[in-house]
Design a protein around this ligand. Sequence first.
Ligand code: GTP
Ligand code: MG
Length: 526
Amino acid sequence: QRPNLRLLSCPGTVAKDLRRDEQPSGSVETGFEDKIPKRRFSEMQNERREQAQRTVLIHCPEKISEKKFLKYLSHFGPINNHFFYESFGLYAVVEFCQKESIGSLQNGTHTPSMAMETAIPFRSRFFNLKLKNQTSERSRIRSSNQLPPSNKQLFELLCYAESIDDQLNTLLKEFQLTEENTKLRYLTCSLIEDIAAAYFPDCIVRPFGSSVNTFGKLGCDLDMFLDLDETRNLGTHKTSGNFLMEFQVKNVPSERIATQKILSVLGECLDHFGPGCVGVQKILNARCPLVRFSHQASGFQCDLTTNNRIALTSSELLYIYGALDSRVRALVFSIRCWARAHSLTSSIPGAWITNFSLTMMVIFFLQRRSPPILPTLDSLKTLAEGNNCTFCSEFFEYFGNFAFNKNSINIRQGKEQNKPDSSPLYIQNPFETSLNISKNVSQSQLQKFVDLARESAWILQQEAIDRPSISSNQPWGLVSLLLPSATNRKSFTKKKSSKFAIETVKNLLESLKGNRTENFTKTSGK
Ligand code: GTP
Ligand code: MG
């Protein structure tokens, strides 16, 4: 049978990558054609970017009449949609139907003048609304929530779920990025693009990582990629002529130094002129140099990188994997929450496992199931529909017993391979195959992961035998896994010790049997 080209016609660079590797005469039945996301990753990104360019961010007074606010704004042009949210104050995100409306709004706006300070003029799309007369209307504005639920709220919801599968799906629903949060992420990138355009007029600032790969959780950081390819490409087709553009060919000794220089000036620029950008840190000596800052109005912690196209490809790969089977995202979200609850992951860089590595481990595990739930990157094979068991405990069992000491994880081929070096955890980078994406992980962090995985598998297995009734409102299933380790360990050791106690009593009885006569004699002899 010929390879199924319907899959291969699926758009995007990852899909193209798959196509290149496909054996032309091989027999490939995928079963995944219909599941590949209908919208190309790049199409989706471009559409959202264009929306964001027609959007403004407005800091509003606490008491505001939504009706009057919209009526006033519609003087500048028709509004497509809007929402309010609370960060440090009340903010509105307003998307106009046409980009031109923003120019009219900017023209009708004055820059602040302060007695003691001087404003540096910059026409941003971030406004402050000051009302001369506070409105008397006190209707509450419905504001969209940008934060994940608290542990208490989450545990309550999870305890009332019907099964562990149901718990995984509930957790996903509560944590995944909302439409509004996604809009705010694209808008923030677009606002940063306005600032970066002061240096690089044709640049594009694209979100990547968990903001766009469908594995993002409310509150996750915003990874941004400064794409300068437009600027580079503008000159590439001009191969003849007498002029060389001095700016384009300004030389530095290496690409890394070019990246550092670009990020260095942008860091300065954001620090001095970026509205709402605070705590700017230039982290230029990292393996992947970046500028980190807080975008106060949106509340996002931002990491800006450049020359990092591979990360965009990884985001697309995860985007496709996330769409192939509805259980993928549910399991990834739960494993990420579990790892966070036990401090296996951290927001501070260090020797811990990253969320990205964890996601790769889940994908690998799903590739290794029989039948596989996910195809390998190299070849998409026929996959039967998986049964409806909870593979959460199987995930823990799988990695609780994985031979990390000799094997590496390879999602390109969907199999373990001998480790090429002695890193405790080796997960091959699917696009730069000589690199390990979890090189930073220490032996003790890996051991902690393995111990917790075993403990969690054990807890789930015990519950399968002896599950508390739903009405008892006792933590069960996922909740027991997400509770802080100490509590868990208590119940773990309690259960273990009660098992131990039974064993001890049994042994004691056995030994009593042997000594019975003696004891009996002694007692009766009293
Ligand atoms: P969050 O924890 O929700 O932010 O997940 P994330 O996937 O966004 O992870 P993070 O912010 O740490 O990294 C952003 C993106 O950079 C990831 O999605 C990957 O595409 C890429 N990335 C992160 N770490 C590595 C790595 O070690 N190697 C490679 N090649 N890419 C990485
Ligand atoms: Mg991230």
